[in-house]
Write a protein that binds this ligand. Structure first.
Ligand code: S3P
Length: 434
């Protein structure tokens, strides 16, 4: 049975800048010497948390008409803050900034909102402790954190066993102000925006990727970074919402332009293609070291898929919207090895499971696997959706809402501002009556 949706998605759109690249752009601008102009910076709550913390550390950051300017203080120039550093809801802000301050001789106190205060931080501070920073976490693992940086931090070898770009990036930022060679081994490689920005800024480091999935980085510090303007490519994780929207709503046909096509971020496109999605990618060039291009998507009849655990680091932010795609695919989709999803803005394994069940979609969790029995029947809707104050859950179910007979009642849609304040505006720009 084909869904009789009230709407279809049509047209082309440019979406906001990438969240991961935006955080790194302002932080790297702050650690450079001179003025960095950043174009297409994502102006979301998470990025504003990073900006606000950097300002408290003495960095001058200004919003101009078409760009942001950051007056860098160098890798060791953060000043002693006289206020608590509030990372809000942002895991990336907190974890990357711990690393950035760990080699400066200052004492910082970090806090966050309720969700961030429940997320594990020892996974990062254990490495910073090894180089010489003094850290005290609440109950040994959570914010608030007090961290006293060490100007004479040690150039050592770190082995990261959890797949997390935030852990890697935190150590990489710390290494910029350490004399000697810091070596980082990732047992499973993760998104590489920090490496790409390091290369773009001509920082002295080496990166080796191995067939078994490991990555080895060697950073020769201390670094003196010369400021260079940065152009932020559009966010592939934000593009994923409209990509899935166009795939599941009959009659849809859209193009999303200038999206970051970094391999570690667009695994979801390959998954959706394997599910039968009609998606075309056209590379158009590079933006500050990142490959960019356009994504064309047409409505498609989807089939189920088994997603192996080894892909989890490359799909980590897209599981919620992939679950929506799976709910509309013929057959049983199994997403394997989603343990890390429990430590996101909400316990996303639970958030996805509960909300799909409430929407009448047969879904199970077995250990760390999510099992979704897709159905091509119409969805009644009208039920409540708990966003759990999690932006990606709110946006994913806003897409499912488009094919429901009665509107879903999604609570706290405001949390979308965390990563994509223009989500509704962009959605409306391509939303036509069927
Ligand atoms: C991010 C890394 C990922 C991702 C997050 C952004 C980053 O987190 O989920 O949204 O910018 O480094 P983990 O590193 O914890 O997997």
């Amino acid at each position: 049975m084909t869904i009789q949706a009230k709407y279809k998605l049509k047209g082309s759109l440019n979406i906001s800048g990438d969240k991961s690249i935006s955080h790194r752009s302002v932080i790297m601008g702050a650690m450079s010497i001179g003025e960095t102009k950043i174009y297409n910076l994502l102006e979301s709550k998470d990025i504003l948390s990073t900006v606000s913390i950097l300002r408290k550390l003495g960095v001058k950051i200004k919003k101009k008409k078409d760009s942001w300017t950051v007056n860098g203080v160098g890798t060791g120039g953060f000043k002693q803050p006289n206020q608590v550093l509030d990372a809000g809801n942002s895991g990336t802000t907190s974890r990357l900034m711990f690393g950035a301050v760990a080699t400066n001789p200052i004492l910082c106190s970090f806090t966050g909102d309720r969700s961030l205060s429940g997320r594990p931080m020892l996974r990062v501070t254990e490495f910073l402790k090894n180089i010489g920073a003094k850290t005290t976490l609440t109950k040994g693992n959570y914010l608030p954190l007090s961290i006293e940086g060490n100007l004479n931090s040690l150039p050592i070898k770190h082995i990261i066993t959890k797949p997390s770009a935030q852990i890697k990036s935190s150590i990489m930022l710390a290494a910029l102000n350490i004399s000697g060679q810091t070596t980082i081994v990732e047992n499973q490689s993760t998104r590489d925006h920090t490496e790409i920005l390091f290369k773009y800024l001509k920082i002295n480091f080496k990166s080796e990727k191995y067939r078994n999935g490991k990555t080895k980085l060697k950073i020769m510090g201390p670094a003196e970074i010369k400021a260079k303007d940065i152009y932020v490519a559009s966010d592939p994780s934000s593009a994923a919402f409209f990509t899935v929207g166009a795939l599941i709503i009959p009659g849809s046909n859209i193009e999303i332009k200038n999206v970051c096509l970094n391999k570690t971020r667009v695994a979801y496109i390959n998954i959706l293609k394997k599910m039968g999605g009609k998606i075309q990618i056209k590379k158009t060039g590079k933006m500050s070291g990142e490959i960019v291009g356009n994504i064309k998507v047409r409505y498609s009849k989807l089939k189920s898929i088994v997603i192996p655990k080894k892909l989890a680091p490359y799909l980590i932010d897209e599981y919620p919207i992939l679950a929506i795609a799976a709910s509309q695919a013929k057959g049983t989709t199994i997403m394997k090895g989603l343990a890390e999803l429990r430590f996101k803005e909400s316990d996303r394994l639970r958030s996805i499971h509960e909300n799909l069940l409430n929407s009448g979609i047969d879904t199970n969790i077995m250990k760390d696997d999510l099992i979704i029995n897709g159905s091509t029947n119409e969805i009644n809707g009208g039920n409540k959706i708990n966003s759990f104050h999690d932006h990606r859950i709110a946006m994913s179910f806003s897409i499912l809402n488009l094919i429901c007979k009665k509107p879903l009642k999604i609570n706290n849609l405001k949390c979308i501002d965390i990563s994509y304040p223009k989500f509704n505006q962009d959605l409306k720009s391509i939303l036509l009556n069927a």
